[in-house]
Ligand binder design. Sequence first.
Ligand code: FES
Ligand code: FES
Length: 287
Amino acid sequence: MSKFEVNGRTYAAEPKPGQCLRTFLRDLEVFGVKKGCDAGDCGACTVWIDGQPFHSCLVPAFRGEGRKVTTIEGLSKDGKLHPIQQAFHDAQAFQCGYCAAGMMMTTASAAFDQHRKDDLPHALKGNICRCTGYRSIVDALHGKSNIEDDVAGKALGASLPNPFTDAILTGQARYTMDIAIEGLLHMKVLRSPHAHARIKSVDKKKALAIPGVVAAYTWEDVPRRLFSTALHEDHLVDPDDTYMLDNVARFAGQRIAMVVAETEGAAEAGCRALQVEYEILPAVFDP
Ligand code: FES
Ligand code: FES
């Protein structure tokens, strides 16, 4: 059994073949490490390996063996926030907080020197935030406070800290994806590689034979009911023009089939095992 040191605690565990460090850590219930893009772009999964920040979704799990792995849960010491956590607290440098762990693991590392601080847009290019607009994150890194004291009778209109601040900044807050639900099934979608094609057939046999695969759906298995993806206020301005699964692909990336399985890996393997016969049609560039 391999040994991993995470936040000073030793785990004896074997990563699954091909598993990335991020998923391995989350399997150990180190849920402060977030899953975002899965592609090395968003930085929500940033952890330290021997003190250096890495996007853990890009690091094979076995590379963490024998190294010191630090996640947001290991940043504060003796119940005291790390100075970066305190700065994020004071500036309230988060909204939903999903990016905060990665932001702090990047900016608290020794590699984040003054030179990087002076060029934040470049230095933070590996950490994306969808909510804050970055202003409060920049405030945190410049030591600015955005909170006021909670004075009895004067709280209305005051800038009080989010009540979940400490949980978010220490990696203890639980997001939907961090809750282990017994019997949870996972779904993966097979998407069209073609800009325009008719789906002549989808053979599901090999997919359904994969251990853990529970079901596979194609256009023949779902209600043939059109809906609109536009969702404007007035429903009548948007045409109902989309099927959940269609027998014609009209753009590369369109949903073709869905596989439901006990694990994400089995669902992905199920998608790969689907045999789709396409009749490729000319791409349409003019409506
Ligand atoms: S999940 Fe790793 S960079 Fe987005
Ligand atoms: S606070 Fe929501 S993604 Fe950054």
